[in-house]
Structure formats: structure tokens, C-alpha cells
Design a binder for this molecule. Structure first.
Ligand code: IPD
Ligand code: CA
Length: 268
């Protein structure tokens, strides 16, 4: 079984196990603080357990790095890491806002640039975004691409500003002032999917809050769809897979948009 098939099957099982839970009071039951530092909700725990049970069932030799469960060694002879945010957009999932997903990635080494496979599943719509390194990005079996139009009529900027510091907000102010269509949906992994299929043109998160578990799969999908994703200094985004790492990034559909954003940031 190919790794991508393992991730797709695990994601389908998550969809089946959480779809009746989303938006219910029960979904938000508090299970204490998870390894990533946030409160784990029942829906997060159910989703993680689904993935872990499946990986155990098929005896997939790996180390799991999960947002709630932390590091779980499923084998003494692992072939790589499964990077799991079983529910990204937990607040939306608990409130019933239809924008949350399951993000699963596989890496052969302890770094984001070693991710070879990623699946992001929109758990409201059952849309599956996925990619294998070097093979392009797909949505429900159809190849997808970022928006290649350098000057779209409606330029849509995704911007995550939840809990942003006043200083970082100041840095972003030239970009905010010059953008007429700003969006913030609340599930970073799925927002990468939106970029990958050409629905948003740029996606920025400079809060130093995003964990590798949130973006490992979305990053590969957006790159395979033709996107550019860099860190604050303009280098291709990378990091080791420690789930305590907090990252910032600028993702853009094309080089022109990326250069424009970097210029504005560097002159603010
Ligand atoms: C959150 C989402 C959200 C972002 C938060 C993340 P979670 O993930 O990706 O868009 O603003 O910083 O923590 O906690 O729902 O898995
Ligand atoms: Ca999460």
C-alpha cells in the first residue's frame, strides 16, 4: 500500500467518525491540554484515536507526531513520521462553522522539507486535497493548481491575525491597507488547500504561532500545486518536526505576488 493511500484511508475514517459530532455540545468537552499546548476537545481526541487505531491495525511502522498526543512510537523500526493534526480548526468544528479539516502528512526525515505525502480533508464537505512529492496536487482525483493569474480582478488575501501582537500588526499594516478582499477562515491547513486550488492568491501568517502539525500536509499540497511558501526572511519554509516549534510564513500563488508582499513587509 502506498503511503498516500494510508493517509487517504485514515482521513476517510476520521470523516466518518466525526461528522455527527461537529457542532454538538459534546464535541467541545474539555480533555485537558494536549502536547501542542492547546486544550484538547472531544472531537480532537476522537479524530486522533481514529488515525492511531488505523495505523496500528495495518501495522504501519512509523513515529506519530500528533497535536494532542505528542510523539507516539508505533514501531522500533520506523520508516518515517506521520505528522497529524487530526482536527485543524477545532474551534470551527466545535461551533459548527463549516471550515475544519484533518491534516495528515508523512515525512522520511525529521524536517518539513522531508514531507513526501500530505492529505488535507475538508470534514464539512468531504473534499480531499492531497499530494505526493513530485507528482502534483489533487482535489478529489482532479489535478489542481494555484491561480497563475498575476493580476486577478479580485485579488484575495488570506491573513491569519488571531491573537496577533500589536508590533506584527503594524508590520502588516501596508498590506492590510492595500488589500480590498481579506479573508480569515480559521483552519490553516485548509487555507493552504484554498491557495492550492486557486481560490486565494496569498496567505500570510506572521504570528509565530503555527505548529508543524498544522501545516505539514498543506505546505506540500500548495508547493505541488505550484505555490511559493517562504519564511519571514524569504527562504523556503522549513523546520524540524518538533510540535513545539512555532512558525510564520508567507504563501503566494506566484512569484510576482510573493515579491510584492515581501517588498511591502521589508519597507514597513
Ligand atoms: C488552529 C487553526 C487556526 C490558527 C490557529 C491554529 P487548531 O489550529 O489552524 O487557523 O489560527 O493558530 O492553532 O488549534 O484548530 O488545530
Ligand atoms: Ca489542531
Amino acid at each position: 500500500m502506498e503511503v498516500i493511500e494510508v493517509l487517504l484511508e485514515a482521513s476517510k475514517r476520521v470523516y466518518n467518525n466525526v461528522r455527527h459530532l461537529a457542532g454538538t455540545k459534546e464535541s467541545g468537552e474539555d480533555f485537558g491540554r494536549g502536547a501542542g499546548g492547546d486544550i484538547s476537545r472531544r472531537i480532537d481526541i476522537v479524530a486522533e484515536k481514529t488515525v492511531l487505531d488505523y495505523l496500528k491495525e495495518i501495522k504501519f511502522d512509523c513515529i506519530v507526531l500528533g497535536e494532542e498526543c505528542g510523539q507516539v512510537e508505533l514501531s522500533k523500526n520506523p520508516k518515517g513520521f506521520i505528522i497529524m493534526d487530526a482536527i485543524d480548526g477545532s474551534t470551527n468544528a466545535v461551533r459548527g462553522l463549516p471550515f475544519f479539516c484533518c491534516s495528515l502528512a508523512f515525512a522520511t526525515d525529521n524536517k518539513l522539507s522531508a514531507v513526501t505525502d500530505g492529505v488535507v480533508t475538508d470534514l464539512s464537505r468531504r473534499d480531499m486535497y492531497y499530494a505526493t512529492k513530485g507528482k502534483g496536487a489533487f482535489l478529489n482525483g482532479e489535478k489542481i493548481s494555484v491561480n497563475k493569474d498575476k493580476k486577478p480582478i479580485y485579488f484575495v488575501l488570506g491573513l491569519d491575525i488571531s491573537g496577533i501582537s500589536p508590533d506584527t500588526l503594524e508590520v502588516l499594516s501596508p498590506i492590510i491597507a492595500s488589500s480590498n478582499h481579506i479573508r480569515h477562515f480559521g483552519a490553516n491547513a485548509l487555507e493552504f488547500g484554498m491557495l492550492a486550488r486557486g481560490l486565494i492568491d496569498v496567505f500570510i501568517d506572521l504570528r509565530d504561532k503555527i505548529r508543524v502539525t498544522d501545516i505539514a500536509a498543506g505546505l506540500l499540497i500548495a508547493l505541488e500545486a505550484g505555490g511559493y511558501i517562504v519564511d519571514r526572511s524569504g527562504k523556503p519554509l522549513d523546520s524540524d518536526l518538533g510540535y513545539h516549534n512555532k512558525l510564520s510564513f508567507i504563501a503566494a500563488a506566484n512569484k510576482e505576488s510573493l515579491d510584492d508582499i515581501m517588498n511591502k513587509l521589508n519597507h514597513s
